[in-house]
Ligand binder design. Structure first.
Ligand code: BTN
Length: 256
């Protein structure tokens, strides 16, 4: 039933194929396995429920059936795109940011590297995972989880960061497959501009916490503190220390 409906939304998109599941462990698991078995570029996995959805830093990601989007997209970066691998997190974020703006007139911010915030609360997260053939990248998987209705928002004791849903922010119901279609359309469009000045500009303009003092954790070492300046050409976060000197963050979690 869901599959028939979904088909009508995906028909116009240049996908390499798509698979829908009522329940999986994690859509990223299915996409990575499909990639290893020869999935084409832009192969899409969609699930209504995940028993072991995961986020960055091995965190649990809860998917409420009927209330959320849980998808994973297999990409085979072209040789030019291999120079911009660090931009793929931004690609997913930019696709969501632009889809919300253009289709629902909703302003969102990108909490570096790739969480989407609305009204300072997290509405979506992205998990990028790769599969390798020796030292060659076989495929990159962009996993996206988005809270559509309030039912998708996990209980407060399970949250690392305040959360919201798209419908909470808009104040009216939305069709989640329309949201999916719109994100995929934007992702395919922005992919053509990966690494461009426009890509970096829009990513930087949408950056959350600009000018604010943040703490970066999660890289195994000590926390780092700085004032958010922007994003550099490699997609790293630019921070300024208390002496005003700039430094770069390549990975980690941003907290206020
Ligand atoms: C994060 O916020 O840390 C990233 C969350 C990513 C969740 C999505 S849901 C679809 C895909 N499958 C997963 O297991 N994770 C991603």
């Amino acid at each position: 039933m869901q599959e028939d409906k979904l088909r009508s939304y995906l028909v116009d998109l240049p996908l390499g194929g798509w698979r829908y599941f009522d329940r999986v462990t994690s859509t990223n698991d299915i996409a990575l396995a499909w990639a290893q078995a020869g999935a084409p570029d832009l192969a899409l996995v969609v699930a209504d429920d995940q028993s072991a959805g995961r986020g960055r830093f091995h965190r649990q990601w809860i998917t409420t059936p009927g209330a959320a989007l849980a998808i994973s997209l297999v990409l085979h970066p072209t040789p030019p795109e291999l120079h911009f691998l660090s931009h793929f997190a931004g690609l997913g974020a930019l696709a969501m940011h632009t889809a919300l703006k253009e289709n629902w007139q909703l302003e969102s911010q990108i909490k570096w590297p790739n969480d989407i915030l609305v009204n300072k609360c997290k509405v979506a997260g992205i998990l990028i995972e790769n599969t390798w053939l020796g030292d060659q990248l076989q495929a990159l998987v962009i996993g996206i989880g988005l809270n559509i209705s309030p039912r998708a928002i996990p209980p407060p004791d399970q949250l690392m960061f305040p959360a919201t849903s798209l419908e909470t922010a808009l104040g009216y119901p939305v069709d989640r497959w329309e949201v999916l279609r719109s994100i995929l359309y934007q992702l395919v469009t922005w992919r053509n501009q990966l690494g461009s000045l426009e890509f970096l500009k829009v990513w930087g303009d949408a950056l959350a916490f600009k000018g604010e003092w943040v703490t970066i954790s999660g890289t195994g070492g000590h926390d780092q503190v700085g004032q958010v300046v922007g994003i550099n050409a490699s997609g790293s976060l630019r921070l300024a220390g208390s002496n005003g000197e700039e430094f770069l963050i390549d990975a980690g979690d941003v907290h206020l």
